[in-house]
Write a protein that binds this ligand. Sequence first.
Ligand SMILES: NC(=O)c1ccc[n+]([C@@H]2O[C@H](COP(=O)([O-])OP(=O)(O)OC[C@H]3O[C@@H](n4cnc5c(N)ncnc54)[C@H](OP(=O)(O)O)[C@@H]3O)[C@@H](O)[C@H]2O)c1
Length: 213
Amino acid sequence: MKIGVLGSGTVAQTLAAGLMKHGHQVKIGSRSPEKLAEWAAQNSGATTGTFADAAKFGELLILAVKGNVAAEALRLAGTESLKGKPVADACNPIEDAPPVKGVLPFFTGPNESLMERLQHEFPEAHLVKAFNSVGTPRMVDPQYAAGKPTMFICGNNEAAKKAVGVIIEELGWEVADMGSAEAARAIEPLCRLWCIPGFLHNQWTHAFKLLQQ
Ligand SMILES: NC(=O)c1ccc[n+]([C@@H]2O[C@H](COP(=O)([O-])OP(=O)(O)OC[C@H]3O[C@@H](n4cnc5c(N)ncnc54)[C@H](OP(=O)(O)O)[C@@H]3O)[C@@H](O)[C@H]2O)c1
C-alpha cells in the first residue's frame, strides 16, 4: 500500500520504517523535507517531501505531529489530498508544560478530544485514533511474554478503521475498536497513563493489553 506519513519526528520515522519493513511504500513529509535526508539515506526505499507531497502520495495517511499543530499540518497537507482517505491519528493533545507528578497536562477537556476537533475541521478525512498510547521503542513488532499488546482505535468510518486495523496487525498488535470518534476522549488520555511510569520511574517499555474471556 502507498502510505503518506505526515511528520518528521520519532513517531513518524518509527512508523515509516516499520511500514516499509512490512512491505509498504512510504513517503514521509515535513515542512522542511531536507531535515529527513539523513533518515532517508539510512532507510533505503523511503521517499521524502512536504506534508502536501506525502498526503497526495498516500492511499492511507498517518498523522504524527505535535498535537497543538495537528490542524495546521492537515491544512498544509491540503483538503483535496485528504478526501476519503483513512488518516491514522497518533497525536496527543499535550500542552507545552511539564508533567505534574508524572501526569502530562492536556489542552483538551474531559468531554472532548483532539481527534474530534480535527474530524470536525476536516470532514473529508476519515480519522482513526491509533498509535497514540505507546512509546516508539515498542511501536513496531512489540515482543512481550504475555503476547500481543492491544492498540485501542476509534473513528467514524468503518472502512477506514478496517484499513488502519490491517496495518496495526501487520505491525504486531491486536486491535480493539472502541467505536466512534467520541471514544478518543478515552483513548487520548491513555497516553497520560502510559507516560506516568516513564516520568516517575524511567520505565518506557510497557504497553496496554485488554484481557477478555
Ligand atoms: N514520542 C512518542 O513516543 C509518542 C508516542 C505516541 C504518540 N506520540 C504523539 O505523536 C505525535 C508526534 O510525536 P513526535 O514525538 O514524533 O514528534 P513531535 O516532536 O511531537 O512533532 C514533530 C512534528 O511536528 C511538526 N510541527 C511542529 N510545529 C509545526 C507547525 N507549526 N506546523 C506544522 N507542523 C509542525 C513538525 O513538522 P516539521 O517536520 O515541519 O518540523 C514535526 O513533523 C505527538 O502528537 C505525540 O504526542 C508520541
